[in-house]
Design a protein around this ligand. Structure first.
Ligand code: NAD
Length: 411
């Protein structure tokens, strides 16, 4: 299937790396090494369906760059995924891991499948078939997969079980995002939202805005958006709007995200909770201090960028701003915290899960949260300092810091 967004995503990731590397005056062969994946495994998986018939699924594991350490990245199950999309995501994982200061390169996996159309037993057989196929090219010191779109801790438990059976030994650090009972880390579920809040607080300290009551609108009320909103509310921010795929709610006096979630569990939607109903489009242009797109890509684009009133945008989703919107808003002086930094709390706690798995030593949730804070604030500070030193926006600074770190480890 032609998936234009996946191809566009790859083109823009590669163009951004090339542009940054050229500005840094890197030679052409180094730029090629930063752009081309080291390995691209492509395979057909045959799975026996419940009706007894066999079905073939297409899949990939793309290992982009291993200069800083083993490849790291999720596996997505999606009917429209294509090789270019998986490659783009692997490339961006190399950048994100370097930005976060982790000893990892970037990787990503994908299977073309709509998991909603599979029974649970079919899903398990497909997950095990994928793990068996990649077993000889992954490992705790080679490539460490994790969940991504439509893959869960339970799917990771099937994959690691299959992997360990094939290898004949236990290796809990080969997959992250596992259930806690199988060596998953405490704090992983909330990690992306929590990391985003730590980055925001560190930014406000630099902007001398800490201690003020700032208003926040959050688009998306799933894993990332909900925990971000909940923790931001607890930290004293005034969360005035939240939304899910069916629309949002705005209350200028503030919302309690826990109460909104209780309402959503009962009614299936956030819209209708006490306040004004707003569309997802309206939420993006509300008069707030901070806008947090935490749902989908390309939601802030050339059509609505001029109407955005927030002075700070925290990119919690992957790629929520188009290139045009990013340029227009940066020009207006809006501070945009790029996704590779803002949502790196998830992969940072995956790293902490990996360390625990390798050491066989388990940390409390408080210890995990404290380590996440230390690591993500350190990552933010390096990018902030670079952006001040070079007078460049945070996104450009993040790519430059990442490329410096990757190339300094390339021999
Ligand atoms: P999720 O599936 O848990 O939640 C997604 C939320 O977005 C849901 O509330 C859904 O209702 C809402 N949504 C869907 N379509 C929408 C629309 N058209 N308008 C507004 N809201 C809509 O997903 P998630 O794990 O929270 O991920 C959200 C984003 O964050 C994605 O871009 C993902 O790639 C990125 N991300 C997630 C993690 C993680 O640890 N989960 C880490 C890094 C990046």
């Amino acid at each position: 299937m032609d998936n234009a967004p996946g191809k566009k995503m790859l083109e823009s990731a590669q163009a951004l790396i090339r542009k940054t590397a050229e500005k840094m005056k890197l030679d052409e062969e180094t730029i090629k090494r930063l752009i081309e994946p080291e390995f691209a495994h492509e395979f057909a998986l045959t799975v026996k369906m419940d009706n007894g018939k066999k079905k073939v699924f297409k899949g990939w594991r793309i290992q982009h760059n291993s200069a800083l350490g083993p490849y790291k990245g999720g596996i997505r199950f999606h009917p429209e995924t294509i090789r270019e999309e998986v490659q783009a995501l692997a490339t961006l994982m190399s950048i994100k891991c370097a930005v976060a200061g982790l000893p990892y390169g970037g990787g990503k996996g994908g299977i073309v499948v709509d998991p909603k159309k599979l029974s649970k037993t079919e899903l398990e057989r497909l997950s095990r078939a994928f793990a068996a196929r990649i077993a000889h090219v992954i490992g705790e010191d080679v490539d460490v997969p994790a969940p991504d779109v439509n893959t869960t801790p339970e799917i990771m438990s099937w994959m690691i079980d299959e992997y360990q059976k094939i290898k004949g030994f236990k290796s809990p650090a080969t997959f992250t995002g596992k259930p806690v009972s199988m060596g998953g880390s405490l704090g992983r579920t909330e990690a992306t939202g929590r990391g985003g809040l730590f980055v925001l607080q560190a930014l406000l300290e630099k902007l001398a805005k800490e201690g003020q009551t700032l208003t926040v609108a959050v688009q998306g009320f799933g894993n990332v958006g909900y925990f971000f909103a909940k923790l931001a509310h607890e930290a004293g921010f005034k969360v005035v709007a939240v939304s899910d795929s069916r629309g949002g709610v705005y209350n200028k006096d503030g919302l309690d995200p826990v109460a909104v979630m209780a309402f959503k569990r009962k009614k299936g939607v956030v819209s209708g909770y006490s306040g004004k109903k707003v569309s997802n489009e309206e939420l993006l242009t509300l008069p707030v201090d901070i806008l947090v797109p935490a749902a989908l890509e390309n939601v802030v684009n050339e059509k609505n960028a001029a109407k955005v009133k927030a002075r700070i945008i925290l990119e919690m989703a992957n790629g929520p701003l188009t290139e045009e919107a990013y340029l227009a808003l940066s020009k207006k002086g809006v501070t945009i915290v790029p996704d590779v930094l803002a949502n790196s709390g998830g992969v940072t706690v995956s790293y902490l899960e990996w360390v625990q798995g390798k050491a066989g030593y388990w940390w409390s949730e408080e210890e995990v949260n404290a380590k996440l804070k230390e690591m993500i604030v350190r990552a933010f500070t390096a990018i902030w300092d670079k952006s001040k030193e070079k007078k460049m926006p945070l996104k450009q600074a993040a790519f430059e810091v990442a490329i410096e770190r990757i190339t300094s480890a390339m021999v």
